[in-house]
Design a protein around this ligand. Sequence first.
Ligand SMILES: [Zn+2]
Length: 278
Amino acid sequence: MIIDIHTHMLDIFNNKSNGSTYCDLNKIKRHIKFLSQTFNDDVFVSVLSIEPFCKFKDIYNLSLKEPRILPFISADFTIPESERLAKLEKYAPYSYGLKIHTIIQNVEFDSIELRNVIELYSKFNKPIIFHSGCCDYSYLTNKVYYDEKKSNALKALQLVKSFPSVKFIMAHAGLIEKDYWAQNFKGIENIYADTSFEYDYELKKTKENYSIFKILYGSDFPFDRSKSSIKDIVNAFDSNELKQVFSENALKLLNVSEKDLLLRCKKSHSEFVKKRIN
Ligand SMILES: [Zn+2]
């Protein structure tokens, strides 16, 4: 089995059904098909919502049509807190994890709003994936997103340390500041890293810093370079390690078995439709 822990659908910046950041159901299906043909194996992909732009209910409802999509929820920081937490609590059982993107969602790692979201979600015992590393999305959108303050590694570190029972996934393992992040996160048990945008020599370093059990395959589709990044992963790990990176670590973290996931594909379409979120 192959699990891609980090993919996106729809438009994560604008919630518009066009433009370069738009990924529809057919596009994600092509990604799933590409992976299953490459590995000749069953494939599941976590699709991360980023409220208010890319809504959990939309991802969830699409996962009813394509059960290989594992929907991740997110909190909407643009609505009043009581409403935000009530919505999160109501839909969290339908999710496989929570996504936080402090830059796109305009929220800081040390804010009380974010802490309250994590506090609430922690009782569901599911992982939380957060964006890490400075990045500039202006090549994809008209907006300027570059924000060093909101991707501050030390603030993220304090947050991760203050919720030791919550398992956090650091998306992209820190991007260009990965050495700095690695130094700070070394020895912390509840932090994981995904492989997106890492070259083989960087993945080898990530293995030294986080241990092989903490590394998860993530593509960041549709922003990825799928073919070459798979080559990088294959170059960086031996065959046992590859099994861990491509599925075993993710299964443990998501707290599901291969059988659980395969059952999603066997359920009849009508059974899924009954559970639609409106
Ligand atoms: Zn991403």
